[in-house]
Design a protein around this ligand. Structure first.
Ligand code: BES
Ligand code: MN
Ligand code: ZN
Length: 502
């Protein structure tokens, strides 16, 4: 059922494979191409002439295929160089991804891309695997016409036999496996992914990794006082759930909680969204998908850290039982919220989960950090577009640590403020808070709403991934159309950084 990952290995041997992948770059000053491979740079020869003859531009995502001799095919993937001639690891990740993506229908390829560090090697391995993704689960008669993803990836490196490089291959496999899992979940239509089926999907996987699963059903949620999750889910025939995954690595010194927005479909409720574009709201559980997959990846990496992953799951529907504008609900822990707009539902389910996660964390000895991940606002997309996500925080040190992790992981996040003056716009004439405030700065207002449910002593990050979670345009680099898997790599990288600190 899930997309199968290509097999991957590394080699330091001379390369003969079905396809040989090399890099190429255009020198902006001399307007000349060079071929880049391993630690080699080739500035003349027939391949370079071919690039010129074919009218190559060297722009990122450009892939040129030429017939080979030893290898059936030579694939040249464009690299954009920094001013000093060096190559960013994310450029390598994307170039490997673009190559792998264009090799759908092919069996085996060796990636002999330039690399000067283990981080470069790792990026190439990740990019190749991340680009080899297809989602054909729901195709019937058209399935046979689809080219399957590349099946076998080999990464060429002089250091292929180093233990740390072999570990790098293992890590890339884990990152790709769980990015694909995240994408699969996002791409699965709401007809086939309900709060209940989402929560039940991982029992086997969790057991195999020593991850504990706890699921609260609707009656337990009502009894427990989870007014946010119930209020959002009560209009749907598919009742809500609260899923919790707990991983506790050997020797763990730090404990974090990850919370992902899990709206399996967002119609807007009684504030019904326009039909055009509503289909993209199957992706409104991207935060939950990333968080759950991150816990599994961290468990499979056996990191010495303790993580609780929380997914408040609900379907935001229109019906005679749906929450009305002006209804008042009570969030877990007792704060009341006037629901002025049932389309601002993500913050309601997150509020319950944030309070509960902090309570559980406190019992376990306190949280070192709490991170929520959500496709929360259209305002995020307006502000930062579809490829950059936002980070909001009550703790700049934690935010900077996360931004460092995101940079290493090759995911684009940008810090956003939580201006205090916007808080007053969330005042309600009847309840402790309203669920909407000023329209201007809507992304920040949503962050300020969530902050009301955070203990100021606990370092907290709010990641709004509304734009980057779901690619409605065309594929690029290692990113396919549909679910992208954004946030997974940064969360795992953060856990790695945190667990290596004492
Ligand atoms: N799920 C949406 C946000 C969204 C929009 C995600 C576009 C991805 C792409 C969220 O539940 C929502 O509807 N937010 C409202 C909030 C508003 C009513 C304050 C929005 O952004 O319009
Ligand atoms: Mn909504
Ligand atoms: Zn939503």
């Amino acid at each position: 059922m899930p997309t199968t990952l290509p097999t991957i290995s590394a080699t330091d041997n001379s390369v003969i494979d079905e396809v040989l992948v090399l890099g190429f770059a255009l020198d902006k000053k001399s307007k000349k191409f060079s071929i880049l491979s391993g630690e080699l740079r080739v500035d003349q020869g027939p391949l370079l002439q071919a690039l010129t003859d074919l009218g190559a531009s060297g722009a990122s995502d450009e892939v040129i295929k030429l017939p080979g001799s030893a290898s059936k095919l030579i694939l040249l993937t464009a690299l954009t160089l920094k001013a000093d001639g060096s190559i960013a690891h994310e450029v390598l990740r994307r170039a490997a991804g673009a190559a792998a993506r264009s090799l759908a229908g092919t069996t085996s390829a060796t990636f002999a891309l330039p690399q000067f560090s283990k981080q470069d090697f790792q990026a190439i391995a990740e990019g190749a695997l991340l680009g080899a993704y297809t989602f054909d689960e729901f195709r019937g008669s058209s399935k046979a016409d689809r080219k399957p993803a590349l099946k076998k990836v080999t990464i060429y490196s002089k250091k292929a036999k180093d233990k740390s490089y072999l570990q790098g291959i293992k890590r890339a496999e884990i990152i790709a496996k769980y990015t694909h899992l995240t994408r699969d979940l996002i791409n699965t239509p709401p007809s086939h992914l309900t709060p209940d089926s989402f929560s039940l999907r991982f029992k086997k996987l969790a057991a195999s990794l020593g991850v504990k699963v706890e699921i609260l059903n609707e009656s337990q949620l009502i009894k427990g006082g989870y007014g946010g999750i119930i209020g959002v889910g009560q209009g749907s025939a598919n009742p809500p759930r609260l899923l919790r995954l707990s991983y506790s690595g050997k020797g763990a010194k730090k404990r974090y909680a990850f919370i992902g927005k899990g709206i399996t479909f967002d119609t807007g409720g009684l504030a019904l969204k326009p039909a055009q574009g509503m289909e993209a709201m199957k992706s409104d559980m991207s935060g939950a998908a990333a968080v759950i997959a991150a816990v599994f990846a961290i468990a499979q990496l056996k990191l010495p850290i303790a993580i609780d992953g929380w997914a408040p799951l609900a379907e935001n529907m229109v019906s005679d039982t749906a929450t009305r504008p002006s209804d008042v609900i009570t969030i877990y822990g007792g704060k009341s919220v006037e629901v002025l707009n049932p389309d601002a539902e993500g913050r309601l389910v997150l509020a319950d989960a944030l309070v509960r996660a902090a309570e559980v964390g406190k019992k376990a000895g306190g949280l070192d950090g709490i991170i929520d991940v959500a496709t929360l606002t259209g305002a995020q997309v307006v502000a930062l577009g579809t490829r950059t996500s936002a980070v909001m925080t009550n703790n700049d040190e934690f935010s900077n640590q996360f931004l460092k992790a995101a940079e290493i992981a090759g995911e684009s996040f940008w810090p956003m403020p939580l201006p205090v003056e916007l808080r007053a716009s969330l005042d309600s004439p009847v309840a402790d808070l309203a669920n909407i405030g000023d329209r201007m700065g809507g992304m920040l207002v949503a962050g300020i709403f969530l902050k009301e449910f955070i203990d100021p002593q606990t370092p907290w990050l709010h990641l709004d991934i509304a734009g980057p979670a779901y690619n409605e345009k065309t594929a690029h680099g290692y990113t396919p159309v549909g679910g992208t898997g954004i946030a997974l790599r940064s969360l795992v990288q953060l856990a790695e950084l945190a667990s290596s600190q004492s």
